[in-house]
Write a protein that binds this ligand. Structure first.
Ligand SMILES: C[S@@+](CC[C@H](N)C(=O)[O-])C[C@H]1O[C@@H](n2cnc3c(N)ncnc32)[C@H](O)[C@@H]1O
Length: 234
């Protein structure tokens, strides 16, 4: 049975999670009670590469980049970021916020190394073994996983170049797409910094505009018409 549209996050934390396969062959996590996936069923790796790497990281020119991820989850975006940093010879500081870490037994069942490259095995393991709220170096990536709810997180002003806004969708987790959370995103971005997300909902974009963002509607990954890139005006 599907739950009604709004429910508390503490209930969500206890929900059963399952591994499923998406259309590009890569796995994701599915929460049956919410009928919500961690990634697009059209392709987890494909979506993450398109939204966060191609239309996110690749649009930045600086050599040293600070990323904030809203929802660290499986670590897929961190892994793709490391792949990008290695290819482009860049250094990335990566802050991944996560309130409900994925259990290691589930992480072991994800097949991202098959799609991205087995040479990243030690790096992916290091990401997941890393202690919460401590900073570790994984080659080109300086990773800090923050175990906290966004509602309690105190962002550092003007400290972030790019936000991967990868919360559950507005249908499942509407609070994430409303002003109190989005104000935190605006506060932590440097002038000219960007927020990228798979979501293209109208109300969400109007909220961003009201916070001083300039909005770009970009083609979405396969299976989705549009995505959003928002730039914090100076
Ligand atoms: C759509 S999933 C994406 C996860 C991740 N980016 C990935 O690729 O696996 C959203 C993530 O946000 C986390 N999350 C949900 N509510 C949160 C909150 N209030 N504060 C911090 N993280 C939250 C979930 O636990 C989940 O890992």
């Amino acid at each position: 049975m599907l739950l009604p549209i709004r429910y508390s996050l503490s209930i969500f934390a206890d929900m059963k999670r399952e591994i499923t396969k998406t259309a590009d062959g890569s796995t994701t996590i599915y929460i049956p009670e919410m009928d919500e996936n961690y990634h697009s069923h059209h392709g987890a790796i494909q979506e993450a590469r398109h939204v966060f790497i191609k239309h996110g990281l690749e649009s930045l020119v600086q050599e040293d980049i600070t990323v904030f991820e809203m929802g660290f989850g499986t670590g897929l975006n961190a892994l793709l970021t490391l792949e990008f940093a290695r290819r482009q010879k860049k250094q990335v500081r990566y802050l991944g916020l996560e309130a409900y870490p994925v259990e290691s037994e589930m992480i072991e069942k994800l097949n991202y190394l098959e799609g991205i490259g087995k040479e990243f095995r030690n790096d992916f393991e290091a990401m997941h073994k890393a202690a919460w709220d401590q900073t570790i170096a994984i080659h080109e990536l300086e990773l800090t996983k923050i175990h906290q709810k966004i509602e309690e997180f105190q962002p550092k002003i003007d400290s972030i170049d790019i936000i991967y806004f990868d919360a559950f969708g507005p249908r499942a987790q509407s609070d994430m797409w409303e002003l109190p959370v989005l104000e935190k995103m605006a506060t932590m971005l440097k002038p000219g910094g960007i927020l990228v997300t798979y979501c293209a909902q109208g109300q969400f974009k109007r909220h961003l505009k009201s916070l001083g963002f300039e909005i770009e509607r970009l083609p979405g990954p396969p299976g989705k018409r549009e995505m959003t890139r928002a730039t914090m005006l100076a």
